[in-house]
Design a protein around this ligand. Structure first.
Ligand code: HPA
Length: 285
């Protein structure tokens, strides 16, 4: 990690606070495809399009609004990223990790990441929610490649528990109290943007994956590098290629994600309500 990343982060965090006023929020949310609706629940919302900020690549995908929303949600000070940037848009791993680093710079200590994903076997069906237990990084790179800046985190961060066990337990108990059948499993990240072939879906199943998508993993690696606790949730929008009858189509993926939003929002709301008050982390850069 080049020293200039910290300099860029300082500028980025300063720009957010210049435009929105002081921001210290312990809870961060990254809202994936079709899940941006949750941002509407944030009270006293202060919003900022990524395009107004330096060092943040714009989000160009339909269904990803690309804005930062700061406010109160379920009794917590939160920052939500409504829309994310992806590798397949041509951004580098470090660019994809930049929004997460910005969140940590604004005080985030606990991060909830959501995404849309395809299933790798039929035990997971469209409309299901899957708690991410672990991941497979099959994107061919890592946001921590390059010189490490110890102000951000260690050279070799541990990934044994990338998805916090306490938060996962909490998610399961909230889901049970809501009568929600919360699945759980391993999320495999591929670079995209083409969907997988049926052979690749069979390969992913053999590798131990349960769901597949094109995001999240670089964000989680960057978050863990900085010591941010992570909870990950996938909305299963489709059966992986070859498992169902039809072909895969992005518009349909967005539609199913939209339909599952209500369930996801209810679960996330319950988790946040149950989460004890959090403390924003001290400035790290
Ligand atoms: N594959 C990869 N990414 C996805 C899928 C899929 O089937 N569905 C939603 N995101």
């Amino acid at each position: 990690m080049a020293v200039s990343t910290v300099a860029a982060l300082r500028e980025l965090v300063a720009s957010v606070e210049h435009l929105l006023g002081p921001v210290r929020a312990p809870l961060g949310l990254i809202l994936g495809s079709g899940l941006g609706g949750l941002a509407d629940q944030i009270e006293d919302a202060r919003k900022l399009p990524y395009a107004r900020l330096p060092h943040l690549a714009p989000s160009t995908v339909v269904g990803h609004a690309g804005q930062l929303v700061v406010g109160r949600w379920q009794g917590h000070d939160v920052i939500a990223l409504s829309g994310r940037i992806h590798l397949y848009e041509g951004h580098s791993f470090s660019q994809v990790a930049m929004p997460v680093r910005m969140l940590a710079g604004l005080g985030v200590d606990t991060l909830i990441v959501t995404n849309a994903a395809g299933s790798v076997h039929t035990r997971l069906q469209p409309g299901d929610l899957m708690l991410i237990d672990d991941h497979l990084n099959l994107q061919g790179g890592n946001p921590l490649t390059g010189r490490n800046d110890a102000r951000l985190g260690p050279r070799f961060p541990d990934m044994t528990e990338a998805y916090d066990a306490g938060l996962r337990k909490l998610a399961h108990s909230v889901a049970a109290s809501q009568g929600l059948d919360l699945k759980h499993g391993v999320y495999a990240a591929l670079p995209g943007p083409s969907y997988e072939t049926p052979a690749e879906i069979r390969m992913l199943a053999a590798l131990g994956a349960d769901a597949v998508g094109m995001s999240t993993v670089p964000e989680v690696i960057a978050a863990r590098h900085m010591g941010v606790r992570v909870l990950g949730l996938s909305c299963i929008t489709n059966l992986g290629a070859g498992l169902g009858k039809g072909l895969l189509d992005h518009a349909h993926v967005g539609e199913v994600a939209g339909q599952a939003t209500e369930k996801m929002v209810r679960l996330l709301g319950g988790i946040a309500q149950t989460l004890p008050p959090q403390t924003a982390r001290a400035r790290i850069f």
